[in-house]
Write a protein that binds this ligand. Structure first.
Ligand SMILES: [Zn+2]
Length: 352
Protein backbone atom coordinates (compact mmCIF):
# COMPACT_ATOMS: atom_id res chain seq x y z
CA UNK A 1 0.00 0.00 0.00
CA UNK A 2 1.18 3.50 -0.82
CA UNK A 3 0.75 6.69 1.16
CA UNK A 4 -1.47 8.00 -1.62
CA UNK A 5 -4.01 5.22 -0.89
CA UNK A 6 -4.39 6.42 2.69
CA UNK A 7 -4.68 10.01 1.54
CA UNK A 8 -7.22 9.11 -1.16
CA UNK A 9 -9.42 7.50 1.50
CA UNK A 10 -9.19 10.58 3.72
CA UNK A 11 -10.04 12.82 0.75
CA UNK A 12 -13.08 10.67 0.01
CA UNK A 13 -14.32 11.05 3.61
CA UNK A 14 -13.31 14.69 4.04
CA UNK A 15 -13.27 16.18 0.52
CA UNK A 16 -10.59 18.83 -0.13
CA UNK A 17 -13.22 20.86 -2.01
CA UNK A 18 -14.69 21.69 1.43
CA UNK A 19 -11.56 23.59 2.52
CA UNK A 20 -12.10 27.21 3.51
CA UNK A 21 -10.45 29.72 1.14
CA UNK A 22 -7.92 30.79 3.79
CA UNK A 23 -7.01 27.23 4.75
CA UNK A 24 -4.01 25.20 3.66
CA UNK A 25 -5.01 21.55 3.89
CA UNK A 26 -3.51 18.66 1.96
CA UNK A 27 0.07 17.54 1.40
CA UNK A 28 2.49 19.77 3.31
CA UNK A 29 5.80 17.93 2.95
CA UNK A 30 6.96 14.67 1.38
CA UNK A 31 6.28 12.06 -1.27
CA UNK A 32 2.96 10.21 -1.41
CA UNK A 33 4.10 7.61 -3.94
CA UNK A 34 6.18 5.74 -1.36
CA UNK A 35 4.98 2.69 0.59
CA UNK A 36 2.95 3.17 3.76
CA UNK A 37 3.21 0.86 6.74
CA UNK A 38 3.04 3.19 9.72
CA UNK A 39 0.90 6.30 10.21
CA UNK A 40 0.96 8.81 13.07
CA UNK A 41 -2.22 10.84 13.69
CA UNK A 42 -1.98 14.14 15.60
CA UNK A 43 -4.02 17.28 16.21
CA UNK A 44 -0.90 19.44 15.84
CA UNK A 45 2.62 18.75 14.68
CA UNK A 46 4.31 19.95 17.85
CA UNK A 47 8.04 19.83 18.56
CA UNK A 48 7.74 16.66 20.65
CA UNK A 49 6.49 14.83 17.55
CA UNK A 50 9.61 15.84 15.64
CA UNK A 51 11.43 13.30 17.83
CA UNK A 52 8.90 10.54 17.11
CA UNK A 53 9.02 10.37 13.33
CA UNK A 54 11.49 7.53 12.95
CA UNK A 55 9.79 4.74 11.00
CA UNK A 56 6.68 6.85 10.41
CA UNK A 57 5.70 6.96 6.74
CA UNK A 58 2.85 9.41 7.03
CA UNK A 59 2.04 12.03 9.65
CA UNK A 60 -1.60 13.12 9.51
CA UNK A 61 -2.44 16.35 11.34
CA UNK A 62 -5.56 18.43 11.77
CA UNK A 63 -3.85 21.83 11.92
CA UNK A 64 -1.51 22.70 9.02
CA UNK A 65 2.24 22.70 9.62
CA UNK A 66 2.72 25.23 6.81
CA UNK A 67 0.20 27.99 7.08
CA UNK A 68 2.04 31.27 6.62
CA UNK A 69 4.72 31.54 3.91
CA UNK A 70 8.21 30.55 5.06
CA UNK A 71 11.28 32.66 4.26
CA UNK A 72 13.87 30.14 5.39
CA UNK A 73 14.19 26.61 6.80
CA UNK A 74 16.76 26.61 9.61
CA UNK A 75 17.13 23.93 12.26
CA UNK A 76 17.29 26.49 15.10
CA UNK A 77 13.69 27.59 14.50
CA UNK A 78 10.76 25.37 15.58
CA UNK A 79 9.35 25.22 12.03
CA UNK A 80 12.80 24.45 10.65
CA UNK A 81 13.27 21.60 13.12
CA UNK A 82 9.94 20.06 12.23
CA UNK A 83 10.51 20.27 8.47
CA UNK A 84 14.07 18.97 8.86
CA UNK A 85 12.76 16.02 10.89
CA UNK A 86 10.23 15.16 8.19
CA UNK A 87 12.87 15.30 5.47
CA UNK A 88 15.44 13.38 7.54
CA UNK A 89 13.02 10.54 8.32
CA UNK A 90 11.39 10.60 4.89
CA UNK A 91 7.99 11.14 6.51
CA UNK A 92 5.22 12.77 4.51
CA UNK A 93 2.96 15.24 6.32
CA UNK A 94 -0.68 15.52 5.28
CA UNK A 95 -3.21 17.90 6.81
CA UNK A 96 -6.98 17.44 6.99
CA UNK A 97 -8.07 20.74 8.49
CA UNK A 98 -11.27 22.53 7.45
CA UNK A 99 -12.42 19.60 5.25
CA UNK A 100 -12.66 17.60 8.50
CA UNK A 101 -14.46 20.49 10.20
CA UNK A 102 -17.03 20.77 7.43
CA UNK A 103 -17.55 17.26 6.06
CA UNK A 104 -20.63 15.24 6.83
CA UNK A 105 -19.36 12.62 9.24
CA UNK A 106 -16.54 14.89 10.44
CA UNK A 107 -15.93 16.99 13.53
CA UNK A 108 -19.45 18.36 13.96
CA UNK A 109 -21.12 14.97 13.97
CA UNK A 110 -18.47 13.45 16.18
CA UNK A 111 -19.07 16.18 18.79
CA UNK A 112 -22.86 15.95 18.41
CA UNK A 113 -22.71 12.25 19.27
CA UNK A 114 -21.01 13.03 22.58
CA UNK A 115 -24.15 14.77 23.86
CA UNK A 116 -26.70 12.65 22.04
CA UNK A 117 -27.93 15.22 19.53
CA UNK A 118 -30.36 13.86 16.97
CA UNK A 119 -31.23 14.87 13.41
CA UNK A 120 -28.25 17.15 13.14
CA UNK A 121 -27.68 19.62 10.32
CA UNK A 122 -24.75 21.93 9.60
CA UNK A 123 -24.82 25.32 11.35
CA UNK A 124 -23.03 26.98 8.42
CA UNK A 125 -23.47 24.92 5.22
CA UNK A 126 -20.33 24.79 3.10
CA UNK A 127 -20.52 22.34 0.21
CA UNK A 128 -20.37 23.84 -3.28
CA UNK A 129 -22.76 22.59 -5.94
CA UNK A 130 -22.69 22.56 -9.73
CA UNK A 131 -25.37 22.15 -12.35
CA UNK A 132 -24.41 19.78 -15.14
CA UNK A 133 -26.29 20.17 -18.43
CA UNK A 134 -25.60 17.66 -21.19
CA UNK A 135 -27.21 17.13 -24.61
CA UNK A 136 -27.90 13.47 -25.33
CA UNK A 137 -29.63 11.52 -28.12
CA UNK A 138 -32.95 10.20 -26.72
CA UNK A 139 -31.94 6.54 -26.88
CA UNK A 140 -28.89 7.17 -24.66
CA UNK A 141 -30.40 9.51 -22.08
CA UNK A 142 -31.18 6.88 -19.44
CA UNK A 143 -27.70 5.38 -19.63
CA UNK A 144 -26.03 8.79 -19.35
CA UNK A 145 -28.28 9.81 -16.45
CA UNK A 146 -27.61 6.53 -14.64
CA UNK A 147 -23.87 6.98 -15.07
CA UNK A 148 -23.95 10.45 -13.51
CA UNK A 149 -26.15 9.25 -10.62
CA UNK A 150 -23.84 6.31 -9.95
CA UNK A 151 -20.89 8.73 -9.77
CA UNK A 152 -22.65 10.97 -7.20
CA UNK A 153 -24.88 13.39 -9.14
CA UNK A 154 -28.61 14.01 -8.67
CA UNK A 155 -28.94 14.17 -4.88
CA UNK A 156 -31.25 16.77 -3.36
CA UNK A 157 -31.83 16.28 0.37
CA UNK A 158 -32.95 12.69 0.82
CA UNK A 159 -33.91 12.32 -2.82
CA UNK A 160 -31.64 10.65 -5.33
CA UNK A 161 -31.68 10.40 -9.15
CA UNK A 162 -32.92 14.01 -9.47
CA UNK A 163 -32.75 15.26 -13.05
CA UNK A 164 -34.75 17.28 -15.54
CA UNK A 165 -35.10 16.40 -19.20
CA UNK A 166 -36.52 18.38 -22.09
CA UNK A 167 -36.43 17.43 -25.74
CA UNK A 168 -35.41 19.76 -28.56
CA UNK A 169 -33.38 20.12 -31.72
CA UNK A 170 -29.59 20.10 -31.77
CA UNK A 171 -27.53 21.22 -34.75
CA UNK A 172 -23.95 20.50 -35.72
CA UNK A 173 -21.70 20.39 -38.73
CA UNK A 174 -19.10 17.60 -38.58
CA UNK A 175 -15.65 18.93 -39.60
CA UNK A 176 -12.83 17.22 -41.52
CA UNK A 177 -11.55 14.08 -39.79
CA UNK A 178 -14.57 13.59 -37.50
CA UNK A 179 -16.47 10.34 -37.02
CA UNK A 180 -19.97 11.57 -36.14
CA UNK A 181 -22.43 9.28 -34.30
CA UNK A 182 -25.09 10.52 -36.74
CA UNK A 183 -24.75 12.54 -39.94
CA UNK A 184 -21.78 12.95 -42.27
CA UNK A 185 -18.70 15.11 -42.63
CA UNK A 186 -19.34 18.57 -44.14
CA UNK A 187 -23.15 18.41 -43.90
CA UNK A 188 -25.16 20.32 -41.28
CA UNK A 189 -27.20 17.90 -39.19
CA UNK A 190 -30.38 18.50 -37.18
CA UNK A 191 -31.14 15.87 -34.57
CA UNK A 192 -33.52 15.27 -31.72
CA UNK A 193 -31.65 15.62 -28.46
CA UNK A 194 -32.55 15.65 -24.80
CA UNK A 195 -31.20 18.41 -22.59
CA UNK A 196 -30.46 16.48 -19.40
CA UNK A 197 -29.66 18.46 -16.27
CA UNK A 198 -28.73 17.39 -12.80
CA UNK A 199 -26.95 18.69 -9.72
CA UNK A 200 -23.42 17.66 -8.71
CA UNK A 201 -21.56 18.25 -5.42
CA UNK A 202 -18.09 19.76 -5.97
CA UNK A 203 -16.28 16.73 -4.58
CA UNK A 204 -17.91 14.43 -7.17
CA UNK A 205 -17.54 16.78 -10.14
CA UNK A 206 -14.56 15.21 -11.89
CA UNK A 207 -15.86 11.65 -11.32
CA UNK A 208 -19.34 12.56 -12.65
CA UNK A 209 -17.98 14.28 -15.77
CA UNK A 210 -15.61 11.37 -16.46
CA UNK A 211 -18.44 8.80 -16.19
CA UNK A 212 -20.77 10.93 -18.28
CA UNK A 213 -18.16 11.26 -21.06
CA UNK A 214 -17.41 7.53 -20.94
CA UNK A 215 -21.06 6.54 -21.45
CA UNK A 216 -22.13 9.30 -23.86
CA UNK A 217 -22.21 8.02 -27.47
CA UNK A 218 -21.02 11.24 -29.14
CA UNK A 219 -17.42 11.72 -30.26
CA UNK A 220 -17.57 15.36 -29.07
CA UNK A 221 -19.94 15.81 -26.13
CA UNK A 222 -21.70 19.17 -25.67
CA UNK A 223 -22.11 19.90 -21.97
CA UNK A 224 -22.10 22.86 -19.57
CA UNK A 225 -21.14 23.23 -15.93
CA UNK A 226 -22.57 26.05 -13.85
CA UNK A 227 -21.45 26.88 -10.31
CA UNK A 228 -24.56 27.31 -8.14
CA UNK A 229 -25.23 29.86 -5.41
CA UNK A 230 -27.03 27.15 -3.40
CA UNK A 231 -25.08 25.35 -0.68
CA UNK A 232 -24.94 21.61 -0.28
CA UNK A 233 -26.63 21.25 3.11
CA UNK A 234 -25.04 17.87 3.84
CA UNK A 235 -21.72 19.52 4.66
CA UNK A 236 -20.89 22.53 6.81
CA UNK A 237 -19.26 23.92 9.90
CA UNK A 238 -20.76 23.01 13.27
CA UNK A 239 -23.96 21.10 13.83
CA UNK A 240 -27.38 21.88 15.21
CA UNK A 241 -29.61 19.14 16.55
CA UNK A 242 -32.23 18.26 19.13
CA UNK A 243 -32.04 16.40 22.40
CA UNK A 244 -34.59 13.61 22.94
CA UNK A 245 -36.10 15.67 25.81
CA UNK A 246 -35.46 19.06 27.41
CA UNK A 247 -32.54 19.11 29.87
CA UNK A 248 -30.91 21.97 31.77
CA UNK A 249 -28.06 23.72 29.98
CA UNK A 250 -25.90 22.89 32.99
CA UNK A 251 -26.46 19.15 32.55
CA UNK A 252 -25.57 19.22 28.86
CA UNK A 253 -22.48 21.35 29.43
CA UNK A 254 -21.48 18.88 32.18
CA UNK A 255 -22.01 15.90 29.87
CA UNK A 256 -19.95 17.51 27.11
CA UNK A 257 -17.18 18.56 29.53
CA UNK A 258 -16.93 15.09 31.05
CA UNK A 259 -16.69 13.37 27.68
CA UNK A 260 -13.91 15.77 26.63
CA UNK A 261 -12.12 15.65 29.97
CA UNK A 262 -12.60 19.38 30.58
CA UNK A 263 -12.83 20.57 34.21
CA UNK A 264 -13.90 24.20 33.95
CA UNK A 265 -15.83 25.27 30.88
CA UNK A 266 -16.11 29.01 30.33
CA UNK A 267 -19.81 29.86 30.41
CA UNK A 268 -21.81 32.88 29.27
CA UNK A 269 -25.52 33.15 30.03
CA UNK A 270 -28.05 31.20 32.04
CA UNK A 271 -27.22 27.58 32.87
CA UNK A 272 -30.51 26.80 34.62
CA UNK A 273 -32.48 27.23 31.40
CA UNK A 274 -34.05 24.12 29.85
CA UNK A 275 -32.62 23.36 26.43
CA UNK A 276 -33.78 21.15 23.62
CA UNK A 277 -32.01 22.52 20.57
CA UNK A 278 -28.23 22.66 20.82
CA UNK A 279 -25.53 23.94 18.48
CA UNK A 280 -21.97 22.68 18.58
CA UNK A 281 -18.80 23.70 16.78
CA UNK A 282 -15.30 22.68 17.87
CA UNK A 283 -12.18 24.85 17.81
CA UNK A 284 -12.54 28.58 17.32
CA UNK A 285 -16.19 28.25 16.37
CA UNK A 286 -17.43 31.05 18.63
CA UNK A 287 -18.38 33.27 15.70
CA UNK A 288 -21.10 30.80 14.76
CA UNK A 289 -23.19 31.73 17.80
CA UNK A 290 -25.41 33.92 15.62
CA UNK A 291 -26.04 30.97 13.30
CA UNK A 292 -26.87 28.86 16.37
CA UNK A 293 -29.31 31.50 17.62
CA UNK A 294 -30.88 31.84 14.16
CA UNK A 295 -31.29 28.05 14.03
CA UNK A 296 -33.33 28.17 17.25
CA UNK A 297 -30.66 26.86 19.66
CA UNK A 298 -30.90 27.60 23.36
CA UNK A 299 -27.34 26.42 23.99
CA UNK A 300 -24.16 26.66 21.93
CA UNK A 301 -21.06 24.59 22.73
CA UNK A 302 -17.74 25.56 21.20
CA UNK A 303 -13.99 25.61 21.75
CA UNK A 304 -13.27 29.33 21.89
CA UNK A 305 -15.34 32.49 21.88
CA UNK A 306 -14.22 36.10 22.39
CA UNK A 307 -15.31 37.71 25.67
CA UNK A 308 -17.49 40.36 24.04
CA UNK A 309 -19.01 37.84 21.65
CA UNK A 310 -19.86 35.62 24.63
CA UNK A 311 -21.56 38.51 26.41
CA UNK A 312 -23.46 39.48 23.26
CA UNK A 313 -24.70 35.90 22.84
CA UNK A 314 -25.86 35.73 26.46
CA UNK A 315 -27.70 39.05 26.12
CA UNK A 316 -29.42 37.70 23.01
CA UNK A 317 -30.70 34.78 25.10
CA UNK A 318 -28.24 32.07 24.02
CA UNK A 319 -26.23 30.21 26.64
CA UNK A 320 -22.67 29.57 25.40
CA UNK A 321 -20.00 27.28 26.81
CA UNK A 322 -16.38 27.35 25.58
CA UNK A 323 -14.44 24.18 26.39
CA UNK A 324 -11.10 24.89 24.74
CA UNK A 325 -9.79 24.76 21.17
CA UNK A 326 -7.57 21.73 21.66
CA UNK A 327 -10.03 19.99 23.99
CA UNK A 328 -12.92 20.13 21.52
CA UNK A 329 -10.82 19.20 18.48
CA UNK A 330 -8.86 16.36 20.07
CA UNK A 331 -11.61 13.99 18.83
CA UNK A 332 -9.84 14.20 15.46
CA UNK A 333 -7.05 11.87 16.57
CA UNK A 334 -9.19 8.94 17.77
CA UNK A 335 -11.69 9.42 14.96
CA UNK A 336 -9.17 9.37 12.10
CA UNK A 337 -7.15 6.57 13.73
CA UNK A 338 -10.32 4.45 14.05
CA UNK A 339 -11.32 5.08 10.43
CA UNK A 340 -7.87 4.19 9.09
CA UNK A 341 -7.58 1.13 11.34
CA UNK A 342 -10.91 -0.20 10.05
CA UNK A 343 -10.19 0.52 6.38
CA UNK A 344 -6.55 -0.66 6.34
CA UNK A 345 -6.12 -3.49 8.89
CA UNK A 346 -2.50 -4.04 7.75
CA UNK A 347 -1.56 -0.42 8.58
CA UNK A 348 0.01 0.41 11.93
CA UNK A 349 -1.81 3.50 13.21
CA UNK A 350 -0.29 5.42 16.13
CA UNK A 351 -2.15 8.14 18.04
CA UNK A 352 -0.06 11.13 19.13
ZN1 LIG B 1 -8.54 24.12 15.21
Amino acid sequence: MERRDVVAYLDELFPPTLAEDWDHSGLQVGDLSLPCRRVLVALDFDLKLAERLQGVDLLITHHPLLFRPLREIRPETPQGRKISALLREGTACYTVHTPYDAARGGMGERLSQLIGLRETEPLAPRGRLYKLVVFVPPEAVDAVAEATFAAGAGKIGRYGHCSFRVEGTGTFLPGEGTKPYVGEVGKEERVREVRLETVVPAERLSAVVARMLAVHPYEEVAYDLYPLELQDRRHGLGRVGSLPEPVSAEAIIGRFATSLGVKRPLIYGDTATEVRKVGVCGGSGGDLWRDALAAGCELFLTGEIGYHEGLAAAEAGLTVAALGHQETEAVFVDHVAELLGRKFPELEVIRA
